[in-house]
Design a protein around this ligand. Sequence first.
Ligand code: NAI
Length: 711
Amino acid sequence: MSIDYQAGADGIATLTWQMSDAPMNVLNAASMAAYAAAVRRAIVDPAVKGVIVTSAKPEFIAGGDLNMLLAFSDAQAMTRFTEELHALMRGIEKSGKPFVAALNGSALGGGYEVALSCHRRIAADNPKAQIGLPEVGLGLLPGGGGTQRLPRLIGIRPALPYLLEGKKVSPAQALKAGMVDEVVPPAELLARARAWLLAAKPEDAVQPWDRKGFKLPGGPVQSPAGYETFTAGNALLRARTFGNYPAPEAIMSCVYNGCQVDIDTALKIEGREFVKLTVGPVSKNMIRTLFFGIGEANKLAARPKGVPPASYRRVGILGAGMMGAGIACAAAEAGLDVVLLDTTSELAARGKAYGEARWAKQAEQGRLSAEKCAALAARIRPTADFAALDGCDIVVEAVFEDRALKADVTRKAEAQLAPDAIFASNTSTLPISGLAQASARPANFIGLHFFSPAEKMPLVEVIVGKATSESCLARALDFVKALRKTPIVVNDSRGFYTSRVFSTYVGEGLTLLAEGVAPALIENAGRMAGMPVGPLALADEVSLELMARIRRQTADDLGSAYQRSAIDEVCERMVDSALGRLGKKAGKGFYEYPQGATKHLWAGLAGLWKPASVQPGVAEVKQRLMAVQSIETVRCLEEGVLRAPIDADVGAILGWGFPACLGGPIGQIHSRGVAAFVADCDELARRHGPRFEPPKSLRAMAAEGKTFFAR
Ligand code: NAI
């Protein structure tokens, strides 16, 4: 039973959504059919004077059923579904009977669209409830009339942040914005809805857009303001997305075209765009990774079973530098007490000051009270004394990237800790099993690789060493969850997963440079492929000096097995004393970083490598920069560094900003098709060398017609 139907003696029918087979009410074929039947019953029953639509679950309706949307690949079936939904909503609007949406909790996406098709929206004053149309965040558009009804209700300009950015608001804010008509105490919700229906006049059962002489609030599309909104908006979108994300552009087009015609024609326009997005690859990639992938990771799907949940009260952090200070911030914000240790109390205090500066800024912006600010700061205790680590449930080590130093602080910290306390290293490159050799209890030693800035970046790469116990892994995952971050679990290897794959992007950029490809072309191609920054800018960010040092260390470790490449040559040449271009921190790398002005590519770069006589096209450079990442990811899967393809995609999107529209490095192969991707790689390998050689497992998958994901 999806919809409960109650007809009152006063002529008010109440349609209550309560899907028994799902944790939340969602819009899918079954619930829509049940809702349609209930709506029809209310409309045809002459005893019914008005209708309340509400829910028996904590939220009203959470939105479209994403499992269903992910499964739809047939445009015709999707078109039918959309047309039926529109017909149902128009049926309500034109029934002549007043419908009230009584929003007891969150009304998102399709849920808010159900509410928009009612003649009035009354929301319970529930500060936890959210109202909005977040579809764009998953590569979709509000396909239940949202792109047409919201602008008609509140005006085009005010509607755009909801449609284009997926902005969500509380009921109180929704009232201010005109998205709901009333906000009432939760206990009075149904009574208020009923009272309004009983007093409703015939014109109350007509939507504004169905009234004679209806005018768009805020003015029509064809006006100076409308012209400005659409030309500026479209230009901004293009500049931001390079056409990689079709949803925002489709939304703009729906609003622009739809708001110049009657609502029925407008819904047809919206329907066409919606179907295109739903069956296209971008929404599939985004739903699979951003919704299901991250959702599962946050539910700790990788947590070993049978280990009792661990709770955290106090965390020790070794090293109050960039990473240590950021992790301390995140821990304090998650309500933990922090012992922040560095070699001197001044350095430790400087780490704490980083958090204090962040909170002071938030207080200045009115986002944090002075008391909260002080309470957060009070949670961090800076020290230079290892004895202060006594009583810590977990220690996160973030000292310099130096094996001997890390071994030394491991021994000193462990001497203060309870035997089952976890020791976690935030190393970005050193294999965990090697570092664990310094530990007296390697079963409780694990890698927790945070990303910079650690207080903001959502991902933690959890690295399981050879000796790490299942219990340690489970408890470390509980810690990541306590910090409100998203974990992926990987097995130990040089560079783990994220650093290893991400460095292939940078490496390919440097290789292109050594081939004489124009630096601006390399950078633009990276951005146009959807990466947050070009590979050369990223190399500067990481520091060319650090890259050169890591490569030297790896060469020493691997001896004759190390294969030198153009990347070594470029790094060495840049950091060589003759040029001394060490990266962003040093103020000069591939880019110049003039004080108070934006960075620009260093002009001297052009003369360092002989320009290629024929420059490649943007598409080819893009393909090289993105394909190397997918290939290295498959190698990580093959070697067992990664445990599941979806971990790769979640890690890449959250860790280094791999474009979600491509669905991550594995999603990219999946949407291209395994066989087609293998053929692409063969061609790239032929032209550019064996690093593009498709891994064996991928070739086998192509031959057997296998895919990484069911959908
Ligand atoms: P950093 O140089 O900013 O900070 C290191 C801190 O460790 C300094 O404050 C230093 O005084 C302190 N330290 C040195 N010896 C110590 C000792 N014996 N006891 C206590 N503290 C000591 O370095 P950063 O960038 O914070 O990196 C720290 C670790 O995190 C490294 O292992 C690095 O590879 C890793 N990492 C760095 C990332 C980044 O983006 N910078 C990202 C992820 C991991």
